[in-house]
Design a binder for this molecule. Sequence first.
Ligand code: NAD
Length: 480
Amino acid sequence: MPVNFFDDYTMTIDGRAGVSAATIEAINPATEEVIAQVPDASRAQLDEAVDAARRAFPAWSARPVAERQAFVSKIGDAIEAHAEDFMRLLTREQGKARAGAEWEIGGSVIWCREIAKQELPLHVVEESDDRTVETRRVPLGVVGGITPWNFPVLLAIWKIAPALVAGNTMVLKPSPYTPLCTLKLGEILRDILPAGVLNIVSGGNDLGAWMTGHPGIAKVSFTGSTATGRKIMESSASNLKRITLELGGNDPAIVLPDVDPAKVAQELFWAAFQNSAQFCVAAKRLYVHADVYDELRDALVDYAKTVKVGDGAEQGTDLGPIQNRMQFEKVKDLLVDAKASGLKALIGGEVEDGTGFFVPVTIYDNPPEDSRVVREEAFGPILPLLKFDDLEDVVARANDTEYGLAASVWSNDSQKAKEIASRIEAGTVWINEIHSFSPHVAFGGHKQSGVGIENSLEGLAEYTNSQTIVTRRVPASSGA
Ligand code: NAD
């Protein structure tokens, strides 16, 4: 059935449209206009979705893995077939510019197709005259997926694809700030997936909390803030749910003195500001060796002046607005604090009055290590440049955070860069590049940036329990 991407947003429960009397508003962050009303699911509707997923589980999990892989690959085909609509809607609801929307939707297609190639091997531990010992992976049941507002489609696919390939069924809840693309994904998949296999429900934070406490849900896979991650860990204890938590970060990027500032400035700019820095793995603290600090600082600021912040739907826009008012106020508060603390903004630093949640690209010149713009995850286009001249000192400063999501090291001396990388407390450390993700490469946070892994066979395994079957060979003499 044709789906109108720009109207009539419904939940998908047991393969059918779900509406509710209560609704929440979706707002275009560039214009502040209300662009849609979406259902605000009741607890009874969540129960219905969980029941549907539980009923669908036996048949879905009993299918050969090749069939489930084929279904997940078809999800990729369906996204590709609607790519233009998804990109336009993503820009309207999230704010991101066209290039960012292309990256996210294109990536979602690739993820479906690549995760659809993955299968967890049977591990034969022992095969002797006496017995065989085999460990296999079995699905968990119903997985609850909870996603944030910065990459609403891609991060949903990071959960849907492995959960379904592994044999689980699902109830997924998008962020109340960006529900539209996810609801449309549910609608287009009604014709593709068996009823109940993937249920999409929309609502506020309460709905998320009901999910994490729900006895019918076996696992929660969550991407969002560290503060919410803590709450989820607590409430998941009720039925000892499995959890995967992909949380916040305050990623350091370390630039060594042998680097040519002119060559890396542009890449470092995008390392920090991609998606208006609403990126868990954005370079959020840029440590630059004193020998190249001034040159790199000037090159970054020169490049920043060429970047256009505006409505993502307008041609020529490089960076869109902050996605929602709550985050906009948080980012503005950081700017006010920085100004009151006397920090020097090399560019930006002030938000102009007007329509839309726009924040200019802001770069601070060597603020104190204990300033809020260094200590906190801004999740907005604010970058502190920090000077160092001692490697021991910079490693200590880079690690002096509760977070441990990712980091990057920039140097022509790859051996030295690797030595530094190995001392950084983070789940991913890139050297001379950044933000290269793959469905086949493990991604997850250290410290308070998360629990567990997404992507790779390790990520797939998180959607399963391990089951060992020990078979004693019955001696022929004991037969009938
Ligand atoms: P958030 O924690 O506010 O919300 C994320 C989701 O959790 C939303 O769907 C929300 O409705 C839901 N939620 C809120 N309270 C809940 C509760 N008590 N129980 C269950 N669910 C609840 O995060 P956000 O502001 O949407 O996203 C930004 C954060 O996400 C940043 O900290 C960013 O670093 C992080 N993030 C991490 C990754 C990663 O892979 N590590 C990726 C993207 C974003």
